[in-house]
Every structure is written in structure tokens, then in C-alpha cells.
Design a protein around this ligand. Sequence first.
Ligand code: PEP
Length: 252
Amino acid sequence: MRTPLMAGNWKLNLTIDEAVGLATALAGQTAGLTDREVMIAPVFTALAPVGKALEGRGIYLGAQDVYWESSGAWTGEVSAPLLKDAGCSHVIVGHSERRQHFGETDEDVNRKARAAIKAGLLPVICVGETLEEREAGRERDVVHRMVKSALEGVSPEDASSVILAYEPVWAIGTGKTASPDQADEIHGYIRGLLSGSFGDIVADRIRILYGGSVKPDNVDELMGKPHIDGALVGGASLEVDSFSRIVRFEKG
Ligand code: PEP
């Protein structure tokens, strides 16, 4: 059985004090849940203080990006060992905003995922098609390319702890959600790809999150689908009541 993971991507929001406040309030409202995991990804500057505030409180800390080199003359970058040092257990890799606005390529995503694994971080690898690609009926081709290239050179043993997030770009921050059936269909397709690469046992262990305008009023139905193993939540993770309701989903 795959333990659901409910992850909040706080993007470029919140000061250190605000992030610590939200993380602490969230820990209070989600305490005692043992059948699901919670992860939050604040900005880099808030990672260490939020990590300290969350010590022993059952919420995992994630970063929003990572660089593939460990150290050296790479001005402005943050490496996987340094994210571990700041208290992270997870890191989001290949978010569509990074692919779109910062020119991140499939090869970059693969390097970042492998650097994360090497440092003992769990990468949350984002894949998903644009509206244009979906309208052209190319969503499976795009997802196929992104999943295969992100996991190139990853052993089956390492692959079993990787987390994937299917995030159709047209559903991120737009208020449009893929219908639960649309999302589950692509999740099932991804699991088939993973079976082909790593075998059924590993593919059955890999969690595939859905991301794209997940809200308190649609989470239950999404989480009721067999291949949806959690959510990656942007906007609705910035407010304690809405994110804690999402974390407290009940399968619909
Ligand atoms: C995201 O940023 O990964 C995301 C899914 O955002 P939102 O929930 O706001 O659509």
C-alpha cells in the first residue's frame, strides 16, 4: 500500500516569520494523522527556521529546487547536501514554472533528480502537458518523454522511493482541475511506464501525486481514485484551514 503524501508548494511567498507561523499552525491542525504524510516546501531562506520549528512534529520539509553539483563555483545555486543540512527530506524537481520560466530541460531535471537521490533526498518529480499539447492529443507523449528522461540512469532500488507529480500545466493556478477520471487515466498510464522500466513491484510502490488547483472541495474525489497517491498543492497550501482540510481528505 502506498501512503498518501499531501505536499504544499509555497512558491515565492511568505517571510521567515510567516512561514514558521503557517508551518506551526499546520502542525497543530494535522497532528496525530498516521495514515498519510505531509510535506511543505517553503522558499530557501525559510527552510532552516521552518525545519527547526517542525522538529518532531511529523511534517516533512522540502525544497522547491536543487542544483546537481554538490559545491563549488556555482553562484546562486543550492545543492542537495546543503538542503539536507537545512533539514530537508524532499525536494521538488522539474516544476512546470521552472521548465517554463527558467528554461529547465529534461536533462536538467534528470541531473537534479539523481543529485537528490545521491544525497538521500526524495525527489518529487513534476511532469505534465501544456494546454496546447493536450488540445493536440499529445499528453501521453509528453508525459512519456518527461518520465523516461527524468528517471534515466536511476536504479530500480532508488526508483521505488522517488515520487512523481502529474501536474497538467493548464490546471496550475488557473482554478481548472483535471477531472478525477482524466487525472487517474494519466496516473495509470504513468504507472504502466514505470512497470515497463522498473517492474511491477517497484511501480506499485512509487507514489504519483496530482497537482493543479487542488482545493478542499475537490480533494476527496481526486483521492478516491486508485492511482492518485496524494496531492501537490500550490495556492490552497498557503492558508492553514484550506491546506489542513486537504491533508484531512476522506476518499470520495
Ligand atoms: C503547483 O504549483 O504545483 C500547483 C499545483 O499550484 P496550484 O495548486 O495553485 O494550482
